[in-house]
Design a protein around this ligand. Structure first.
Ligand SMILES: NC(=O)c1ccc[n+]([C@@H]2O[C@H](COP(=O)([O-])OP(=O)(O)OC[C@H]3O[C@@H](n4cnc5c(N)ncnc54)[C@H](OP(=O)(O)O)[C@@H]3O)[C@@H](O)[C@H]2O)c1
Length: 286
């Protein structure tokens, strides 16, 4: 049987680990420190406790490694990656944004588009919904899907994977930018000017995607705005929570990735350029 490792016992990593563990797959959750993580679900008394091993002490070698640290935390795991894998180990990078794989050159790696909604506070993960990972369809990912077939992890292999990547990029782009910059939750969507800014950001995202050969129709803007409209007013986004907690935001792989692509194609994207500059400025320290 294959050995599975999950690096990063956070919201996404714990849910992947839980899915594999409860179906009897050998899985090890690897964190900065040994301990345990507690998974809770709103509205149910069910609690799952998973053990966490210290990554620096781990001596096992894994066939599949799910990398679920944030994009800003990737450098921290690099010193350990080599000893955790063999020549054919497949890494599945489970992060928002895009472009990480080019920068870090993780061998045999694929990036998943992640639809797992949860939040970690101290050692408690609250799982809200979904267990979906979308990957490009190829022989390697087909073998992986078969290898985890007994679990409730919803692994979807797509020929149109790039469309999924760009769709999620645009969903993340607008709402993360406006919540992180305003320091306010989805409540701000009640203001029409904020909604217009979101629409313009998505429109610019569509323009960049088209230059990259991925085409969306104008109605995608309405579809994404409808997703936002379904958010409860108190809901934050990952960038909002990172900013509120004084942690690094994943700007480089969402707004930064799009900004670089916009420059590459010589596009006019004033809203993106503005929010990207302001996000960078918000992280500057004297
Ligand atoms: N949460 C969501 O709803 C959601 C949805 C879709 C996509 N995503 C994306 O998924 C990725 C992961 O997000 P997340 O929400 O799961 O983040 P998270 O809850 O902060 O989890 C990250 C985990 O990685 C651990 N970690 C950091 N550096 C490490 C190191 N050097 N060695 C071992 N473990 C390390 C952290 O440990 P500590 O606990 O010690 O800090 C934390 O447990 C992000 O790219 C995010 O944008 C998240």
């Amino acid at each position: 049987m294959y050995k599975f490792g999950v690096i990063g016992p956070g919201a996404v990593g714990s849910i992947i680990g839980e899915s594999l563990q409860k179906s009897g797959y050998p899985v090890t959750l690897l964190g900065r420190k040994a301990g345990e993580v507690r998974i809770e679900r709103v509205g149910t008394p069910e609690v799952v406790i998973l053990p966490v091993e210290q990554i620096s002490e781990e001596e096992s070698v894994f066939d599949y490694l799910f990398i679920t640290v944030k994009g800003t935390q990737l450098e921290g795991i690099m010193p350990y990656l080599e000893k955790l894998k063999h020549a054919d180990t497949v890494c599945v990078l489970c992060q928002n944004g895009y472009g990480q794989l080019e920068k870090f050159q993780i061998p045999h790696a694929y990036q998943a588009v992640v639809y797992i909604s949860g939040q970690k506070k101290d050692q408690v993960v609250t799982h809200f919904r979904d267990r979906t990972l979308i990957l490009p369809e190829n022989e390697v990912t087909k073998t992986l899907k078969e290898a985890i077939a007994e679990s409730d992890l919803d692994m979807q292999l797509r020929a149109d994977y790039r469309y999924e990547v760009w769709y999620k990029l645009m969903v993340n782009l607008a709402i993360n930018s406006v919540t992180a910059l305003s320091g306010n939750t989805a409540f701000i969507l009640r203001e029409e000017k904020v909604r217009r800014l979101c629409e313009n950001l998505i429109r610019e995202g569509i323009k960049i995607a088209a230059a990259e050969g991925v085409h969306f129709e104008e109605k995608t803007i309405t579809a994404i705005m409808n997703i936002y409209a379904g958010y409860p007013p108190y809901m934050g986004t990952s960038m909002y929570y990172d900013r509120m907690n004084g942690q690094a935001m994943e700007i480089a792989y969402i707004q930064g990735y799009l900004y670089e692509k916009s420059r590459e194609h010589d596009l006019h994207t004033p809203c993106l350029d503005t929010v990207y500059s302001l996000l960078l400025a918000s992280e500057m320290r004297k």
